[in-house]
Design a protein around this ligand. Structure first.
Ligand code: MFK
Ligand code: FAD
Length: 505
């Protein structure tokens, strides 16, 4: 009954369909090799990888606690598609590109553009890649030596047989934002110079990782530890034996999550995890400062994923607007519908330019090209981009779902998962408020260089910054707590001012 069947939206090569991305690369990295790599990768995503991404969603990971004979095994079983994502990530150099630096200061932009294409088809494999990249950066910054030598080469390998992923175990039950006072994990020094870790990690994503970076408090001979952030040290541990089994760790359970269901997120009891290496021996108690490089990079990855989610929903919505008719004409001929899509487009473009600018800055910093201004801008704009795009992604993807009408709400179209997965972008790697306070710390503690750095970078909207500067000067005279309440609005203003400048530029 009823002969009409609606055509579904069709995914096309995301590189070919993205004029802004192509234009950005033409302007900054006009390389034939990069162009053709992204073009071919875009084809592979459509015809091969996107299906694996769906498979990751429909075959979520499971925890097997015991083997048939009652022995505790704590094995996390992931889908074959998830395994293929790991191999593909190595082959395509999704972490390696950032360290090979074939394109000098533009290598990060190249890597992040590739991840931007990959992310919506990746079945959330971009999450372990973000942490892997962050771990490699921390290790590189602290000096690749001893046990981390092998780890670094595996994290940055293009060979699937050698490639490792890393976890980032920071959050404990007492505190995820406030890891400084919330971390209870104790590290007992061993006679061979390594540490034995005991504690409870409350959220650990992509727990099938080969290694991890984590925080703990070194205990003295009497078992005493230093409280607060000053007592935290950074540890590296390879978490599996040759058979892939975890050692000294109990996987208590996998979280039952709103989204990111493709990926295991576990609660881990560190029950005497041995052979952990302290990565900041020389400056014990600098755990947060030492892991900050990981936070920077994972926050950039988060921002890339946020924009790519917006771009994907828009590409599908635009295609659908040519296939679906209402009131006698295709949706694309309804001005109000097109206005809605155009507003999403502007949001997405602005976010893309902001995020790419942060990628440009980190590329400059890593290759020794960064001026002092660049370094300050990178520190300031990383949390700005993360907090802003994390929230924007939820809004734009939600609007995107509505553009498919009722079908946007139907599970097996794959569309609802996009919204579920977007919801986490503003929570993990620092919530909106916590990052707003980070931005506030940057600009209020160091007003003398952060605001001027922004002002030079965005000359065209200097007057807007004047207003902001005046606000900050006046705020000092207000009651305590006033500035903190303004932190979020301040961070949003910064994001909008900067995006405005990039769009005009
Ligand atoms: C698809 C993409 C997927 C991405 C991967 C997702 C997987 C999920 C992974 C997670 O969610 S991992 C958990 C992430 N957790 C957080 O992001 C914690 C959020 N909380 C904060 O960021 C807090 O602000 C912070 C923990 C850093 C506060 O801790 P403290 O101990 O109160 O830090 P404090 O005193 O502000 O800073 C200590 C030092 O670190 C200072 O250095 P100095 O002592 O030299 O002054 C800071 O300057 C430095 N620091 C802190 N944050 C920094 C930083 N340096 C550079 N960049 C930063 N962001
Ligand atoms: P809380 O810190 O308790 O925050 C609760 C609320 O209070 C938030 O809205 C926050 O913005 C607000 N708040 C806190 N402090 C302030 C303040 N000073 N001023 C104003 N507002 C404030 N962590 C890991 O370490 N590794 C992982 O792999 C990992 N994976 C995750 C995967 C998923 C799917 C999720 C959801 C989380 C994951 N996390 C992981 C944890 C995540 O990083 C934390 O949940 C996050 O940092 C927030 O910490 P919390 O849950 O303790 O919230």
């Amino acid at each position: 009954i009823g002969g009409f069947f609606q055509q579904k939206p069709v995914l096309k090569n995301p590189f070919l369909g993205d004029a802004l991305l192509q234009g950005y690369l033409r302007r900054h990295l006009p390389s034939e090799a990069v162009y053709s790599d992204l073009l071919v990768f875009g084809e592979r995503l459509v015809y091969e990888v996107d299906g694996w991404g769906r498979e990751c969603e429909t075959t979520p990971p499971k925890l097997v606690t015991y083997d048939p004979w009652g022995c505790r095994v704590d094995r996390i079983v992931t889908s074959p598609a998830w395994q293929r994502m790991k191999d593909l990530s190595a082959q395509e150099g999704l972490v390696a590109i950032g360290y090979e630096r074939t394109y000098g200061e533009w290598s990060r932009v190249y890597q992040m553009c590739k991840l931007y294409l990959f992310s919506p088809s990746s079945g959330l494999y971009t999450c372990p890649l973000a942490m892997t990249d962050g771990a490699a950066k921390v290790i590189q910054a602290l000096g690749v030596s001893g046990p981390t030598q092998e780890a670094f080469s595996r994290l940055t390998s293009r060979n699937p047989e050698d490639f490792w992923t890393s976890g980032q175990w920071m959050t404990e039950r007492k505190g995820g934002s406030d890891v400084g006072s919330g971390t209870e994990t104790v590290a007992l020094p061993q006679s061979d110079g390594t540490y034995r870790l005991s504690g409870f990690k409350w959220f650990t994503s992509a727990t099938d990782a080969d290694m991890t970076l984590t925080l703990g408090r070194v205990a003295d001979r009497d078992g005493r530890t230093t409280p607060g952030s000053r007592g935290l040290s950074l540890f590296y541990a390879a978490v599996r034996d040759e058979d892939g089994m975890v050692q000294g760790i109990e996987v208590q359970r996998l979280k039952d999550k709103l989204g990111t269901r493709q990926m295991p997120t576990a609660e881990l009891l560190l029950d005497g995890l041995t052979d952990a290496d302290c990565l900041n021996h020389e400056c014990t108690g600098r755990g947060v400062a030492c892991i900050a490089n990981m936070l920077t990079l994972t926050r950039i990855h988060n921002s890339v994923s946020a924009v790519s989610g917006m771009r994907r929903v828009l590409q599908l919505a635009r295609d659908y607007a040519t296939r679906r008719s209402a009131f006698g004409k295709p949706l694309k001929d309804h001005p109000l519908h097109m206005q809605t899509l155009t507003r999403m487009e502007v949001e997405t473009r602005g976010a893309f330019l902001l995020v790419m600018d942060v990628c440009r800055l980190i590329g400059r910093e890593e290759t020794g090209h960064a001026s002092q201004l660049d370094t300050h801008l990178l520190r300031l704009l990383t949390p700005v981009a993360k907090l802003y795009t994390g929230k924007q992604a939820i809004a734009v993807i939600s609007e995107g779902l509505e553009s498919f009408g009722g079908q946007g709400y139907i599970e097996d179209t794959g569309l609802p998962a996009m919204l579920r997965d977007a919801q986490v972008l503003s929570i993990w790697e620092g919530t909106t408020n916590v990052l707003s306070l980070d931005v506030l710390r940057c600009i209020s503690v160091s007003q003398s260089y952060f605001l001027p750095s922004l002002s030079v970078a965005v000359r065209s909207v200097d007057s807007a910054l004047c207003g902001l500067r005046e606000f900050l000067q006046e705020a000092v005279l207000k009651p305590p707590g006033y500035l903190e309440l303004a932190a979020r609005d301040l961070a949003y203003s910064l994001a909008r001012i900067y995006i405005g400048a990039l769009l005009i530029d």
